[in-house]
Design a protein around this ligand. Structure first.
Ligand code: SF4
Length: 439
């Protein structure tokens, strides 16, 4: 590599959409130090693992990925290896102790300091929750993934669900101020973005400072919808208790707000919801869904479920299945409970693995049935599709429908970024096929 040649950065992103956003921002921050991203780890001057702590054995997976980088580090001793994200926050010094090949460890709240950290001599670790707002110290947005973009509006969580590490790794809820978000959204749109997904660990708890005081998410969405050229808005992930009247009304009143909502419930049993510290009942969730559907009848709902939470009986599990039957979800993420060290639920005895497997299997079968029914119900309907990329077949485009279904359309003259009207003609197991309506 010559003095002036750009340094190459390989980022592996684990887990959620917030991490995808963070990885883009980290790449931009390191861009200021001459780094350009590469898809090939072997040619990188720096490898950054942007980790997630939500899934089972998350830390162990990161350690084993780090182990696999050993030959690369041996072949290229100048290679910098960094660990970022929630595992970095949770494990801290332990990463440097167990994996001496790691040069830097950076938590989710301090990655704006990466440019200084890569210049530092020796090992560096920064898992602070700094006073300064990292977003004030990050460079302008550059890395765009075509016509869609994520925009983090809120971070952290104050809910302390008994199974979750987020309040410990991401810290307390912090909302970014309205003017900054509007400026970032306008900037994204000026670069060709037509759909923005607002992100937060507890996004509908958003309460950022705007004109006249704190704004809720509904008001932020209404304001953003006024940005010319911004055709679609989505948000994720929400807590049922923060779905306020204004946000629910926005689903019926703001055409740019897409008819898809991910609203985790986790369980349909009040006993388990209480043990999970979710602070709502199954009935309250069902009434909330009624109100959301009254505002936007065609909304497609998705959720998260944890099966075999400590103490879950057959009756509790059946309550969850009943809730699923009543709501009829269009999609869902479901997991067997697995303990996260440091959380209250981790103190409790786990259920037998075979029982957890059987329950997960039954729940996923029901969700799959509902998902397929929701997809089949789209056949014959006219939907908007935003083309995100070319498909595998010649002349084919792939995009997302208003309801977040992947849709394949034969449209040889179309371009990525076009938002077109399509009639759905076929529903496959994982995607839909549509025909473009003229013009
Ligand atoms: S609301 Fe979500 S992020 Fe917050 S503690 Fe519960 S599961 Fe974790």
């Amino acid at each position: 590599m010559t003095e002036d040649a750009p340094k190459k950065l390989f980022i592996k992103t684990y887990g959620c959409q917030m991490n995808v956003y963070d990885s883009e921002r980290m790449a931009e921050a390191l861009g200021a130090k001459g780094y350009v991203t590469t898809e090939v780890a072997e040619e990188a001057d720096m490898v950054l693992l942007n980790t997630c702590h939500i899934r089972e054995k998350a830390a162990e997976k990161v350690y084993s990925d780090l182990g696999r980088l050993r030959p690369l580090k041996q072949a290229k001793p100048d290679l910098k290896i960094g660990v970022a994200g929630c595992v970095a926050q949770a494990e801290g010094e332990e990463i440097l102790r167990r994996m001496p090949l790691v040069d830097l460890v950076v938590g989710p709240q301090s990655y704006h300091r990466l440019p200084e950290m890569v210049e530092a001599k020796g090992k560096v670790i920064d898992t602070d929750f700094p006073e300064e707002d990292k977003f004030d110290h990050l460079p302008e947005r550059k890395a765009l993934r075509g016509p869609t973009a994520f925009l983090t509006v809120q971070e952290g969580c104050d809910k302390f669900c008994a199974f979750c590490v987020v309040p410990y790794t991401r810290g307390a809820e912090v909302s970014r101020p309205v003017p900054r978000l509007l400026a970032e959204a306008r900037d994204l749109v000026s670069r060709g973005v037509r759909e923005i997904t607002l992100l937060g660990q507890n996004v509908n708890g958003y309460h950022g400072e705007g004109e006249g005081g704190a704004w809720g998410l509904g008001r932020l969405i209404r304001e953003m919808a006024g940005i010319e050229g911004l055709e679609r808005l989505r948000y994720t992930t929400s807590h049922p208790n923060d779905m306020d009247d204004d946000l629910i009304a926005a689903h019926g009143e703001v055409p740019q707000l897409m008819p898809y909502l991910h609203l985790p419930v986790q369980s349909g049993s009040d006993r388990i919801l209480k043990a999970m510290n979710r602070k709502h009942t199954a009935e309250e969730y069902l009434r909330l869904i009624e109100r959301i559907r009254a505002a936007r009848p065609d909304i497609l709902l998705s959720s998260d479920f944890i099966v075999a939470f400590p103490g879950e009986t057959d009756r509790d599990f059946e309550d969850t299945m009943d809730l699923i039957r009543e709501v009829r979800f269009g999609a869902a993420f479901s997991f067997k409970y697995s303990a996260r060290p440091g959380t209250p639920a981790a103190e409790k005895p786990e259920l037998p693995a075979e029982l957890a497997d059987a329950r997960l299997h039954a729940l996923q079968a029901l969700i799959t049935e509902q998902q397929h029914a929701a997809q089949k119900a789209m056949v014959g309907r006219q939907v908007g599709v935003l083309y995100e990329k070319a498909g595998r077949l010649p002349g084919q485009m792939v995009g997302k429908s208003d309801h977040l279904h992947a849709v394949h359309v034969q449209d040889p003259t179309a371009k990525v970024g076009e938002l077109v009207q399509v009639r759905i003609v076929e529903a496959g197991p994982n995607s839909l096929r549509g025909e473009r309506l003229q013009p």
